[in-house]
Write a protein that binds this ligand. Structure first.
Ligand code: ADP
Ligand code: ZN
Ligand code: ZN
Length: 752
């Protein structure tokens, strides 16, 4: 009886090839091919061999006019993907409208070749009996009169009792003669078996667990109950930094491991600190593994394989860890769930929280989201009762919430201070350092001066290739475009009017560092931004120096805002809190609120009370005001109201189309043409679609390409995706798109 396989071709980049092809499985391969296997198949007119993935197996197919080709061979011994993983790939195709090939690429480890996926667990050779006990007994009986048989008998006697023995151990400890082993093998009494061995798992270190506070206990019990119910649920753990959320994760994972299950812990890429990892390893030892972006393909493949083999039970990593090939997955934790790094910017443009929920729905486990500053989506779902909310209201131990001071920078300027650091912040830094405590300063921009303009004519120096201002970098004494990376020397005269009066405005990390070095260099100053952390260990070196108190003042971009737990930090300064408030993005309030709150969480984690100083030009802005008064709930409720009023997410979904190209006129013509289709079809059908634009993107020009976009909103996500792609397809068939690029995104997080 012939069998057929449904195969996805791996290299598919075009929509024509990105579909399911049917291949015959010849009898010889019948037992060797399962769902999830990589296979070599003849493809195309010349039957070139391509790699494909088997996503289904059929007993029969409908009659076809064309010849059904046969699978040439399988690539790997084991299926590379599990059924669960294939379900995730299929879900991404349906839910994000992405291609099969891209979805599979996101799931399997990178750097695979057409050679077998070879990484294996350690293999060891065992000796086992080859015959049943009766045959062995009679063999002993027949031969026992022979003189030299005692050596063989010793081996057989041992194996009759112990069933198997490691060859290596037999040689060294039992002192068996290898010639007897040889004879026994020749007589087919014993055989040697190669077996993959798993590491022996470390015991859970129960002593390391903290005694939970009452609040923690309530939250923990609810999670454990949910885990024991063995059905899908999403829970949201709401708690300020330092309220003991991670401790609860550890208890939940302990429950999972003790029941033989696995867990995934997602963290935003930059937030995972050595300290956090240590806390996991301290309790679960070698059952914990970490993935991160700096791993080599080989390291990635090895971890993937260990997860497949059940050689590891907990994986901590960034968004892509959600795809790990665990078989008995019971729990996915998403820490700092509001972070935008959970959404992939490249195809497949998935969101890790969607994927975690989809996965746990099928595998009947728990998704545990955690944050002190949830996304508006999560906040609303808790209100709707879709997620169960667990709350921690207090910090652990003596740690109290820090005092918040607002520094009005308009007043500073009026009273003659034109420095980037306000007087109150400057004094507080001095006071904190002399007391032997530490300071963290958050700045949104790296570099020295965020823009340079001409005093005579007001001209701002912009990148020639992008519509953004250039940033001055002190170390290189050059201007750099933060979008395309191009650098230029600083002009001596204004390129527009020739005036010599050029000045440097705004302040990045470098400028703040330079200024503070004049006053506090003896305390040790560290700077952490993209420029200082590019080296492989750059990150951890800077943090280590701060932890060891070689530096006591740490200046940095948002990288420093997250996750770190330094007990001696009692002062956090936020240099320009309002920088991100006026971005053309409906999420800018939410993002600013989250960033400032996170940064505040770094202050006063030890026993001394912390202080946060927020410098701003808009002290009356709702974000600043609610933070100052510690009225997070009021902020969220107000923001939710606005979103509802304006018809933005979480009350609607967004589909964006971005058209880019070198010729601005052509880009505009194209986007206007595309917009016509969206307008036309939005009026047909019953679903309500709101079409905004076309308009230039927030960054109107990037690396010599002009950027225009259309935004489409609807309450009906499913119809929006269909309609969004349908109109684009219509447009593509009617418009010559050879000189433009078209991108689209479902549920985008950024409107850049
Ligand atoms: P979060 O993840 O909410 O920031 P953590 O779990 O990291 O909070 O807890 C903050 C600090 O308090 C950590 O140093 C942690 O070891 C400690 N901690 C947490 N829970 C307890 C507890 N029940 N008893 C004592 N210390 C605790
Ligand atoms: Zn000028
Ligand atoms: Zn540029």
């Amino acid at each position: 009886m012939p069998k057929y396989a449904e195969v996805i071709i791996n290299f598919a980049t075009t929509t024509e090839i990105d579909r399911i092809f049917t291949y015959e499985i010849k009898p010889l391969l019948m037992d060797k091919i399962q769902i999830g296997h990589r296979v070599k198949v003849p493809f195309g007119r010349y039957n070139a061999l391509q790699i494909g993935y088997v996503i289904g197996i059929l007993d029969e197919i409908e009659h076809t006019d064309y010849e059904v080709k046969a699978i040439y061979d399988r690539v790997d011994e084991r299926p590379l993907m599990s059924k669960n993983q294939l379900d995730m790939a299929k879900f991404m195709v349906a839910y994000y409208g992405t291609s099969f090939a891209a979805s599979i690429d996101a799931i399997v480890p990178s750097g695979l070749t057409s050679k077998p996926f070879e990484t294996r667990l350690e293999t060891q050779e065992y000796m086992v009996l080859n015959r049943d006990t009766d045959k062995v007994q009679s063999y002993i009986h027949q031969n026992s009169h022979k003189k030299s048989f005692s050596k063989q008998k010793e081996i057989l006697d041992y194996l009759l009792i112990h069933k198997k023995v490691l060859v290596k151990a037999a040689q060294t400890f039992q002192d068996w003669s290898m010639s007897s082993v040889k004879t026994l093998r020749q007589n087919e009494m014993i055989q040697l078996l190669k077996q993959e061995i798993k590491q022996s798992p470390d015991p859970i270190n129960h002593q390391a667990f903290k005694v939970l506070t009452k609040e923690q206990l309530v939250a923990k019990d609810k999670i454990i109950n949910a885990l024991q119910a063995r059905s899908y649920q999403t829970m949201f753990l709401d708690g300020v930094t330092g309220s003991g959320k991670t401790e609860i994760f550890l208890y939940a994972i302990q429950e999972v491991i003790e029941k033989g299950g696995c867990a995934i812990v997602l963290v935003p890429e930059i937030a995972l600190t050595r300290q956090t990892l240590q806390r996991f390893e301290e309790r679960f030892g070698n059952r914990v593994a970490l993935t991160h972006s700096r791993m080599t393909p080989k390291e990635r493949q090895r971890l993937y394989m260990r997860a497949q083999m059940g050689d590891v039970a907990v994986i901590i990593g960034p968004r892509s860890a959600v795809f790990m090939p665990f078989e008995n997955l019971r729990l996915i934790i998403v820490d700092e769930e509001h972070e935008s790094t959970y959404k992939s910017e490249n195809a497949p443009k998935y969101h890790a929280v969607d994927m975690a929920q989809m996965r746990m729905q099928r595998e009947q486990g728990i998704v545990l989201l955690a944050s002190a500053t949830p996304s508006m989506e999560t906040y609303q779902k808790c209100l709707d009762g879709e997620y169960e909310k667990l709350t921690l209201t207090q910090r652990i131990g003596e740690a109290e919430l820090p005092e918040v001071v607002i520094a009005d920078m308009r007043l500073e300027l009026k009273t003659g201070n034109n420095q980037v650091i306000s007087r109150v912040l400057f004094e507080a830094i001095g006071e904190t350092l002399t007391k032997g405590k530490q300071v963290m300063l958050l700045i949104n921009r790296r570099g020295h001066s965020t823009f340079i303009n001409c005093r005579s004519c007001g001209h701002v120096i912009k990148c020639n290739h992008c519509d953004v201002s250039m940033t001055y970098h002190l170390s290189s004494r050059q201007l750099e475009c933060h979008h395309c990376g191009k650098t230029e020397p600083v002009p001596e005269t204004c390129p527009a009017c020739g005036s010599k009066h050029i000045r440097f405005f705004g302040s990045g990390t470098e400028k703040v560092e330079q200024y503070l070095r004049e006053h506090f260099s003896e305390y040790g100053i560290g700077r952490m931004d993209l420029d200082t952390t590019t080296g492989k260990e750059g990150h951890s070196k800077i943090l280590e120096a701060f932890e060891k108190r070689e530096t006591n003042l740490l200046i940095g971009t948002q990288m420093i805002a997250k996750g770190h737990d330094f007990k001696d930090v009692t002062l956090v300064g936020i240099i320009s809190a309002d920088m991100s408030l006026y971005m053309q993005d409906f999420r800018s309030n939410e993002k600013t609120f989250q960033l400032i709150t996170q940064a505040m969480g770094r202050a006063g984690r030890g026993s001394a009370k912390g202080k946060v100083i927020i410098q701003t030009y808009s002290p009356d802005h709702i974000v600043i005001e609610k933070i100052k008064n510690n009225q997070s709930k009021l902020f969220y409720d107000q923001e939710i109201k606005n979103r509802q009023l304006m018809g933005y997410p979480p009350f609607t979904h967004i589909f964006t189309v971005l058209i880019t190209g070198k010729n601005e006129e052509e880009v505009i013509r194209a986007i206007q043409h595309a917009a016509q289709y969206y307008r036309h079809y939005s009026k047909k059908g019953k679903a309500a679609f709101r079409v905004i634009g076309p308009s230039t993107a927030v960054i109107g020009k990037l690396i010599d390409e002009y950027r225009w976009r259309i935004i489409i909103l609807s309450e009906d996500r499913e119809k929006l995706l269909i309609y969004g792609k349908y109109c684009l397809q219509k447009f593509k068939t009617m418009f010559n798109t050879s000189n433009i690029k078209i991108q689209w995104d479902m549920d985008p997080l950024s409107m850049m």
